[in-house]
Design a protein around this ligand. Sequence first.
Ligand code: ZN
Length: 196
Amino acid sequence: MNRTLFDNALAAAAKIAAATPNQRSFVPWPEAMPFTARSPVAIPAIGEMQRHSGLANALTQPLQSALLALAPFVEWRQTYSEAEVGRDFLNRFGWFELAGPRDGYFQTDITRMTVGFWGPNLHYPWHSHEPEELYFVVSGTGIFEVAGQEPRTLQAGDTIFHAANQPHALTTDASGILTFVLWRGDGLADPPKMAG
Ligand code: ZN
């Protein structure tokens, strides 16, 4: 457990939020957040993330570096079963909660901050959740689909908003994607649900 690595990642994320109007208006950056140590959980995707997190930009590169340094020390989660998403997906996907009301490293009741990684050529099927969501691309690219909208290809620095219970999906191509995700609203501690 290296507390400094967590502080570095949070500080890098805070700098981006301060410079990104869509994030600033989505949720105010929480004031002092108490830290709780959590036991690391390793997943196969850590190696994939080191190799295929994709291109960052000048704004996002410090957070990409901080997250790659932090990755071996994190309590990774996968949420979905092999029956839902397949073995290849589980080998190359993972997320963790940096901050949130219950299961994060930093405690806050106003938002949930998660980091998600998907390797190249993966499809994250349609799913939804009650909280509103703002994705921010740290590095790499992905095609984001939202029910009722044209698909959008996003890269480092881009954001996309998902309304409460609005189904969405994500597909990567030759590059993986590393994302920083904010939630707000009711059901903050609940997991997403797959469509159907
Ligand atoms: Zn979502």
